[in-house]
Design a protein around this ligand. Structure first.
Ligand code: NAD
Length: 297
Protein backbone atom coordinates (compact mmCIF):
# COMPACT_ATOMS: atom_id res chain seq x y z
CA UNK A 1 0.00 0.00 0.00
CA UNK A 2 1.15 3.58 -0.69
CA UNK A 3 1.50 5.15 2.76
CA UNK A 4 2.44 8.74 3.66
CA UNK A 5 4.09 9.05 7.10
CA UNK A 6 4.53 12.40 8.87
CA UNK A 7 6.61 12.81 12.06
CA UNK A 8 9.75 10.71 12.16
CA UNK A 9 10.88 11.22 15.76
CA UNK A 10 11.62 8.72 18.52
CA UNK A 11 8.41 6.79 17.85
CA UNK A 12 7.66 7.62 14.21
CA UNK A 13 11.03 6.54 12.78
CA UNK A 14 10.92 2.94 14.08
CA UNK A 15 7.21 2.69 13.19
CA UNK A 16 7.99 3.81 9.63
CA UNK A 17 10.79 1.24 9.42
CA UNK A 18 8.35 -1.53 10.35
CA UNK A 19 6.00 -0.40 7.57
CA UNK A 20 8.92 -0.61 5.13
CA UNK A 21 9.84 -4.08 6.41
CA UNK A 22 6.25 -5.19 5.78
CA UNK A 23 6.68 -4.16 2.13
CA UNK A 24 4.66 -0.94 2.05
CA UNK A 25 5.56 1.83 -0.39
CA UNK A 26 6.43 4.66 1.99
CA UNK A 27 6.71 8.41 1.41
CA UNK A 28 7.84 10.38 4.47
CA UNK A 29 7.93 13.96 5.75
CA UNK A 30 9.29 15.75 8.83
CA UNK A 31 10.34 19.33 9.51
CA UNK A 32 13.74 18.02 10.65
CA UNK A 33 15.72 17.04 7.55
CA UNK A 34 18.03 14.58 9.34
CA UNK A 35 15.00 12.63 10.61
CA UNK A 36 13.79 12.28 7.00
CA UNK A 37 17.23 11.21 5.79
CA UNK A 38 17.48 8.46 8.43
CA UNK A 39 14.23 6.81 7.28
CA UNK A 40 14.97 7.47 3.59
CA UNK A 41 18.18 5.47 4.06
CA UNK A 42 15.99 2.49 4.98
CA UNK A 43 14.07 2.76 1.69
CA UNK A 44 11.40 5.47 2.09
CA UNK A 45 10.92 8.29 -0.42
CA UNK A 46 11.28 11.78 1.08
CA UNK A 47 8.56 14.37 0.41
CA UNK A 48 9.60 18.01 0.70
CA UNK A 49 6.03 19.16 1.44
CA UNK A 50 2.78 17.72 2.77
CA UNK A 51 1.23 18.38 -0.67
CA UNK A 52 3.87 16.18 -2.27
CA UNK A 53 3.32 13.50 0.40
CA UNK A 54 -0.46 13.27 0.01
CA UNK A 55 -0.24 13.27 -3.79
CA UNK A 56 1.39 9.85 -3.55
CA UNK A 57 -0.54 8.29 -0.67
CA UNK A 58 -3.70 6.21 -0.28
CA UNK A 59 -3.21 6.15 3.50
CA UNK A 60 -1.67 8.88 5.70
CA UNK A 61 -0.28 8.25 9.18
CA UNK A 62 0.96 10.98 11.55
CA UNK A 63 3.09 10.72 14.72
CA UNK A 64 3.52 14.26 16.03
CA UNK A 65 4.35 15.76 19.45
CA UNK A 66 0.96 17.22 20.44
CA UNK A 67 -2.34 18.90 19.52
CA UNK A 68 -0.95 22.15 17.98
CA UNK A 69 1.31 20.14 15.65
CA UNK A 70 -1.63 17.95 14.60
CA UNK A 71 -3.71 21.08 13.88
CA UNK A 72 -0.88 22.56 11.77
CA UNK A 73 -0.27 19.37 9.81
CA UNK A 74 -3.95 18.65 9.06
CA UNK A 75 -5.68 22.03 9.12
CA UNK A 76 -2.86 24.42 8.16
CA UNK A 77 -2.98 26.39 4.89
CA UNK A 78 -0.55 23.91 3.32
CA UNK A 79 -1.73 21.01 5.43
CA UNK A 80 -3.00 17.53 4.63
CA UNK A 81 -6.69 18.45 4.30
CA UNK A 82 -5.93 21.23 1.84
CA UNK A 83 -4.38 18.83 -0.63
CA UNK A 84 -5.60 15.29 -0.01
CA UNK A 85 -7.92 13.48 -2.48
CA UNK A 86 -11.27 12.31 -1.15
CA UNK A 87 -11.17 8.68 -0.06
CA UNK A 88 -7.61 8.72 1.31
CA UNK A 89 -7.66 7.26 4.84
CA UNK A 90 -6.07 9.33 7.64
CA UNK A 91 -4.77 8.00 10.97
CA UNK A 92 -3.24 10.12 13.72
CA UNK A 93 -1.20 8.18 16.30
CA UNK A 94 0.04 11.21 18.26
CA UNK A 95 -1.18 11.59 21.86
CA UNK A 96 -3.42 14.67 21.75
CA UNK A 97 -6.58 15.97 23.39
CA UNK A 98 -9.80 14.17 22.41
CA UNK A 99 -11.48 17.48 21.46
CA UNK A 100 -8.87 18.23 18.78
CA UNK A 101 -8.94 14.61 17.58
CA UNK A 102 -12.72 14.80 17.09
CA UNK A 103 -12.61 18.22 15.42
CA UNK A 104 -9.91 17.24 12.90
CA UNK A 105 -11.64 13.90 12.15
CA UNK A 106 -14.98 15.58 11.57
CA UNK A 107 -13.44 18.15 9.20
CA UNK A 108 -11.69 15.31 7.35
CA UNK A 109 -14.92 13.30 7.11
CA UNK A 110 -16.77 16.36 5.77
CA UNK A 111 -14.48 16.37 2.73
CA UNK A 112 -14.63 12.60 2.21
CA UNK A 113 -11.58 11.42 4.18
CA UNK A 114 -12.26 8.84 6.89
CA UNK A 115 -10.03 9.58 9.89
CA UNK A 116 -9.18 7.59 13.03
CA UNK A 117 -7.29 8.47 16.20
CA UNK A 118 -4.92 5.64 17.15
CA UNK A 119 -2.52 6.66 19.95
CA UNK A 120 -0.08 4.06 21.20
CA UNK A 121 1.50 2.66 24.32
CA UNK A 122 4.64 0.56 24.46
CA UNK A 123 7.31 3.26 24.15
CA UNK A 124 10.29 3.36 21.82
CA UNK A 125 11.18 -0.29 22.51
CA UNK A 126 7.67 -1.35 21.48
CA UNK A 127 7.88 0.86 18.40
CA UNK A 128 11.17 -0.77 17.35
CA UNK A 129 9.95 -4.30 18.08
CA UNK A 130 6.57 -3.76 16.38
CA UNK A 131 4.74 -4.64 19.59
CA UNK A 132 2.87 -1.38 20.26
CA UNK A 133 -0.68 -1.28 21.59
CA UNK A 134 -2.94 0.89 19.41
CA UNK A 135 -6.05 2.44 21.03
CA UNK A 136 -8.32 3.20 18.12
CA UNK A 137 -11.18 5.70 17.98
CA UNK A 138 -13.09 5.03 14.76
CA UNK A 139 -16.33 3.62 13.38
CA UNK A 140 -16.26 -0.18 13.10
CA UNK A 141 -15.87 -0.23 9.28
CA UNK A 142 -12.92 2.21 9.35
CA UNK A 143 -11.31 0.24 12.18
CA UNK A 144 -11.44 -2.94 10.04
CA UNK A 145 -9.79 -1.07 7.14
CA UNK A 146 -6.86 0.29 9.15
CA UNK A 147 -6.27 -2.71 11.42
CA UNK A 148 -3.97 -4.63 8.98
CA UNK A 149 -1.70 -1.58 8.59
CA UNK A 150 -1.52 -0.97 12.36
CA UNK A 151 -0.80 -4.68 12.89
CA UNK A 152 2.54 -4.29 11.08
CA UNK A 153 3.61 -1.89 13.88
CA UNK A 154 1.75 -3.29 16.87
CA UNK A 155 0.74 -6.47 18.63
CA UNK A 156 -2.49 -5.33 20.29
CA UNK A 157 -5.00 -3.30 18.31
CA UNK A 158 -8.09 -2.30 20.30
CA UNK A 159 -11.15 -0.41 19.09
CA UNK A 160 -12.17 1.84 21.99
CA UNK A 161 -15.27 3.29 20.34
CA UNK A 162 -15.97 6.11 17.89
CA UNK A 163 -13.79 9.12 17.05
CA UNK A 164 -11.75 10.49 19.98
CA UNK A 165 -12.13 7.47 22.25
CA UNK A 166 -8.61 6.21 21.46
CA UNK A 167 -7.29 9.48 22.92
CA UNK A 168 -9.65 9.20 25.89
CA UNK A 169 -8.26 5.71 26.66
CA UNK A 170 -4.68 6.90 26.29
CA UNK A 171 -4.92 9.96 28.57
CA UNK A 172 -6.95 8.08 31.21
CA UNK A 173 -4.38 5.27 31.29
CA UNK A 174 -1.53 7.76 31.68
CA UNK A 175 -3.44 9.56 34.43
CA UNK A 176 -3.55 6.29 36.41
CA UNK A 177 0.12 5.66 35.61
CA UNK A 178 1.33 9.07 36.83
CA UNK A 179 -0.66 8.86 40.05
CA UNK A 180 0.43 5.28 40.78
CA UNK A 181 4.08 6.12 40.07
CA UNK A 182 3.96 9.05 42.50
CA UNK A 183 2.24 6.83 45.09
CA UNK A 184 4.93 4.17 44.81
CA UNK A 185 7.71 6.80 44.90
CA UNK A 186 6.21 8.30 48.06
CA UNK A 187 5.81 4.96 49.85
CA UNK A 188 9.22 3.61 48.83
CA UNK A 189 10.91 6.81 50.04
CA UNK A 190 9.02 6.76 53.33
CA UNK A 191 9.94 3.10 53.89
CA UNK A 192 13.59 3.87 53.17
CA UNK A 193 13.57 6.83 55.59
CA UNK A 194 12.02 4.61 58.28
CA UNK A 195 14.72 2.01 57.88
CA UNK A 196 13.33 -0.92 55.85
CA UNK A 197 15.38 -2.42 53.01
CA UNK A 198 13.73 -1.06 49.80
CA UNK A 199 13.97 -4.51 48.16
CA UNK A 200 12.11 -6.09 51.06
CA UNK A 201 9.49 -3.35 51.00
CA UNK A 202 8.98 -3.76 47.23
CA UNK A 203 8.60 -7.54 47.61
CA UNK A 204 5.93 -7.03 50.30
CA UNK A 205 4.03 -4.43 48.23
CA UNK A 206 4.27 -6.65 45.16
CA UNK A 207 2.53 -9.53 46.94
CA UNK A 208 0.08 -7.30 48.83
CA UNK A 209 -2.73 -4.91 48.02
CA UNK A 210 -0.36 -2.08 47.01
CA UNK A 211 0.85 -4.07 44.00
CA UNK A 212 0.75 -2.20 40.67
CA UNK A 213 2.79 -1.89 37.46
CA UNK A 214 4.75 1.08 38.86
CA UNK A 215 5.88 -1.12 41.74
CA UNK A 216 6.32 -4.61 40.28
CA UNK A 217 7.48 -3.83 36.73
CA UNK A 218 8.97 -0.31 36.79
CA UNK A 219 9.96 0.31 40.39
CA UNK A 220 11.38 3.86 40.76
CA UNK A 221 13.67 3.13 43.73
CA UNK A 222 17.30 2.59 42.57
CA UNK A 223 18.62 -0.91 43.25
CA UNK A 224 15.23 -2.60 43.58
CA UNK A 225 15.03 -3.86 39.98
CA UNK A 226 17.39 -4.40 37.03
CA UNK A 227 16.50 -3.30 33.50
CA UNK A 228 14.40 -0.30 34.53
CA UNK A 229 15.33 3.40 34.18
CA UNK A 230 15.98 3.58 37.98
CA UNK A 231 18.87 1.13 37.40
CA UNK A 232 20.54 3.40 34.82
CA UNK A 233 20.23 6.92 36.18
CA UNK A 234 16.69 7.32 34.78
CA UNK A 235 17.93 7.50 31.17
CA UNK A 236 15.69 6.34 28.32
CA UNK A 237 12.14 5.21 28.98
CA UNK A 238 9.22 7.67 28.96
CA UNK A 239 10.29 11.24 29.55
CA UNK A 240 8.93 13.22 32.51
CA UNK A 241 8.08 16.07 30.10
CA UNK A 242 5.95 13.72 27.98
CA UNK A 243 4.14 12.61 31.14
CA UNK A 244 3.64 16.28 32.04
CA UNK A 245 2.15 16.85 28.58
CA UNK A 246 -0.25 13.90 28.98
CA UNK A 247 -1.32 15.10 32.44
CA UNK A 248 -2.05 18.51 30.92
CA UNK A 249 -4.25 16.82 28.31
CA UNK A 250 -6.11 14.96 31.06
CA UNK A 251 -6.65 18.01 33.27
CA UNK A 252 -7.72 20.16 30.27
CA UNK A 253 -10.18 17.50 29.13
CA UNK A 254 -11.47 17.25 32.70
CA UNK A 255 -12.07 21.01 32.79
CA UNK A 256 -14.03 20.86 29.54
CA UNK A 257 -16.27 18.09 30.89
CA UNK A 258 -16.50 19.64 34.41
CA UNK A 259 -15.10 16.43 35.88
CA UNK A 260 -12.85 16.58 38.99
CA UNK A 261 -9.31 15.15 38.71
CA UNK A 262 -7.97 15.96 42.16
CA UNK A 263 -4.98 13.62 42.21
CA UNK A 264 -4.35 14.24 38.51
CA UNK A 265 -4.01 17.99 39.18
CA UNK A 266 -1.58 17.30 42.04
CA UNK A 267 0.40 14.90 39.83
CA UNK A 268 0.58 17.55 37.09
CA UNK A 269 1.97 20.09 39.59
CA UNK A 270 4.61 17.65 40.82
CA UNK A 271 5.75 16.87 37.26
CA UNK A 272 5.77 20.61 36.44
CA UNK A 273 7.98 21.28 39.47
CA UNK A 274 10.29 18.43 38.47
CA UNK A 275 10.48 19.74 34.90
CA UNK A 276 11.15 23.32 36.13
CA UNK A 277 14.08 21.94 38.11
CA UNK A 278 15.57 20.84 34.78
CA UNK A 279 14.74 17.13 34.93
CA UNK A 280 12.09 16.89 32.19
CA UNK A 281 14.38 14.74 30.04
CA UNK A 282 14.67 12.00 32.67
CA UNK A 283 12.35 9.00 32.73
CA UNK A 284 9.08 9.77 34.54
CA UNK A 285 9.93 7.36 37.39
CA UNK A 286 12.69 9.83 38.41
CA UNK A 287 9.88 11.80 40.11
CA UNK A 288 11.03 9.85 43.21
CA UNK A 289 13.93 12.32 43.43
CA UNK A 290 11.47 14.91 44.78
CA UNK A 291 10.99 12.65 47.81
CA UNK A 292 14.52 11.58 48.66
CA UNK A 293 16.36 13.70 51.22
CA UNK A 294 19.73 13.08 49.58
CA UNK A 295 18.24 13.73 46.09
CA UNK A 296 19.92 10.43 45.19
CA UNK A 297 19.53 9.07 41.70
P1 NAD B 1 9.31 13.27 18.93
O1 NAD B 1 9.33 14.69 19.36
O2 NAD B 1 10.55 12.45 19.04
O3 NAD B 1 8.85 13.19 17.38
C1 NAD B 1 7.91 14.05 16.79
C2 NAD B 1 8.36 14.35 15.35
O4 NAD B 1 7.40 15.20 14.71
C3 NAD B 1 9.72 15.08 15.27
O5 NAD B 1 10.57 14.40 14.38
C4 NAD B 1 9.34 16.46 14.74
O6 NAD B 1 10.35 17.05 13.96
C5 NAD B 1 8.10 16.14 13.92
N1 NAD B 1 7.26 17.30 13.66
C6 NAD B 1 6.86 18.26 14.54
N2 NAD B 1 6.08 19.17 13.91
C7 NAD B 1 6.00 18.77 12.61
C8 NAD B 1 5.35 19.31 11.47
N3 NAD B 1 4.63 20.44 11.52
N4 NAD B 1 5.47 18.65 10.29
C9 NAD B 1 6.20 17.52 10.21
N5 NAD B 1 6.85 16.95 11.27
C10 NAD B 1 6.74 17.59 12.45
O7 NAD B 1 8.10 12.60 19.71
P2 NAD B 1 7.86 11.02 19.95
O8 NAD B 1 8.55 10.59 21.17
O9 NAD B 1 8.11 10.31 18.65
O10 NAD B 1 6.29 11.03 20.28
C11 NAD B 1 5.32 11.22 19.28
C12 NAD B 1 3.95 11.09 19.93
O11 NAD B 1 3.83 9.78 20.51
C13 NAD B 1 3.71 12.08 21.07
O12 NAD B 1 2.37 12.52 21.01
C14 NAD B 1 3.97 11.26 22.33
O13 NAD B 1 3.24 11.72 23.45
C15 NAD B 1 3.48 9.89 21.89
N6 NAD B 1 4.10 8.76 22.61
C16 NAD B 1 5.44 8.75 22.86
C17 NAD B 1 6.00 7.67 23.55
C18 NAD B 1 7.49 7.63 23.85
O14 NAD B 1 7.91 6.77 24.65
N7 NAD B 1 8.30 8.50 23.25
C19 NAD B 1 5.19 6.60 23.95
C20 NAD B 1 3.84 6.62 23.65
C21 NAD B 1 3.30 7.71 22.96
Amino acid sequence: MKIGFVGLGNMGAPMARNLLKAGHDLVVHDVVRTNVDAVAAAGARPAATLRDLVAHAEFVLTMLPSSPHVRTVYLGEDGVLAAVRPGVVLVDSSTIDPHTAREVASRAAAQGNPMADAPVSGGTNGAAAGTLTFMVGAAEALYERIRPVLATMGKTIVRCGDSGTGQVAKICNNLVLAISMIGVAEAMSLGDALGIDPKVLASIVNTSSGRCWSSDTYNPFPGVMDNVPAARGYCGGFGADLMLKDLGLATDAAKQSRQPVVLGAAAEQLYRLFSAQGHGGLDFSAIIQLYRKDGAS
